[in-house]
Write a protein that binds this ligand. Structure first.
Ligand code: NI
Length: 177
């Protein structure tokens, strides 16, 4: 199974809005498997289809220490969120090396479909609640750095573009050799 290429901020494709999944077939299962493998390999605790340039409402999450608790959410919706908020130091596979505090609901109840298309509901708190909200933002075309100040966001954008230029340069040099 191939590892998928993860889009890096500020790639404009990260701002596309994902469409609901309507077909539950082998292709969808393969996508979920490839996304899980890509997430574990990275390593990360969550990945949204948007990040691998597939604009459908699918996310994979595993917040367990043992990495044995894979969860797949298709067409997820938040049906309840606590008034209580929490600030968590977040990172993102699309913004490597950047971590910053984001305020989100401390608890959420999410309704979604599993890989077979069966509905389920889940109440989450702690890291899982953070992760669900972070990944659902990706499906709406939103990256966590958009919660930060414009000054911080611009610094991050500049840093990411500089790294990308350097990587392209070294790839070109390697190709010449
Ligand atoms: Ni992310």
């Amino acid at each position: 199974m191939p590892l998928l290429n993860i889009l890096r901020y500020p790639d404009p494709r990260l701002h596309k809005v994902a469409k609901p999944v309507t077909t539950f077939d082998a292709k969808l299962k393969q996508l979920a498997e490839d996304m899980a493998e890509t997430m574990y390999e990275a390593p990360g605790v969550g990945l949204a289809a948007t990040q691998v340039d597939v604009h459908e409402q699918l996310i994979v999450i595993d917040t367990s220490d043992a990495r044995t608790d894979l969860r797949v959410f298709i067409n997820p919706e938040i049906v309840w969120a606590s008034a209580e908020m929490q600030v968590y130091e977040e990172g993102c596979l699309s913004v490597p090396g950047i971590y910053d505090g984001v305020e989100r609901h401390a608890q959420v109840r999410v309704k979604a479909l599993d890989i077979e298309g069966k509905p389920f509901e889940l109440e989450a708190d702690g890291l899982l609640a953070v992760c669900i909200q972070h990944e659902m933002d990706h499906l709406k075309g939103k990256v966590f750095v958009e919660y930060l100040s414009p000054l911080k966001r611009n610094r991050i954008k500049t840093k990411m573009l500089k790294e990308e230029r350097e990587q392209t340069k070294s790839r070109k040099q390697a190709a010449v050799r």
